[in-house]
Write a protein that binds this ligand. Structure first.
Ligand code: ZN
Length: 122
């Protein structure tokens, strides 16, 4: 198992949501915010964002965090295989575990997630 293989995707996913104004939440409910620029002018991660992630990794806190609203802790994502796919509803990147995923991927991050609205079309 190579945790780092997932890390680049994971960072991409975190950057995307932080850039959209979400914060990170720990398992104990502690909120971590990042209010500086996520990307630099060329679209790379900013130095501040790289430092932010590095600091979380060094403290060990990183693995207990979630993107606000999502159902996967970063430790789940980094220790199991997942693909970043795009939600068909909100078109945001969402992590989808590669094993045991049946049916459409669950998206916890849709602004209006209402599964019961899927009407049968005949
Ligand atoms: Zn969605």
């Amino acid at each position: 198992m190579c945790p780092m293989a997932n890390f680049y995707d994971l960072k991409h996913y975190i950057a995307h949501y932080i850039n959209k104004g979400r914060c990170l939440v720990s398992e104990k409910g502690k909120i971590t915010t990042f209010s500086e620029r996520v990307y630099d002018r060329r679209g790379n991660y900013s130095e501040q964002f790289n430092h932010f992630i590095d600091r979380l990794l060094e403290s060990g806190e990183f693995f207990h965090l979630y993107v606000e609203g999502d159902g996967y802790a970063f430790s789940d994502l980094i220790h199991s295989r997942f693909d970043l796919e795009y939600c068909v509803r909100c078109r945001e990147p969402i992590p989808v575990p590669t094993n045991g995923a049946l049916g459409p991927p669950a998206c916890y991050l849709c602004p209006e997630f209402e599964p019961q609205q899927e009407a049968q079309v005949s």
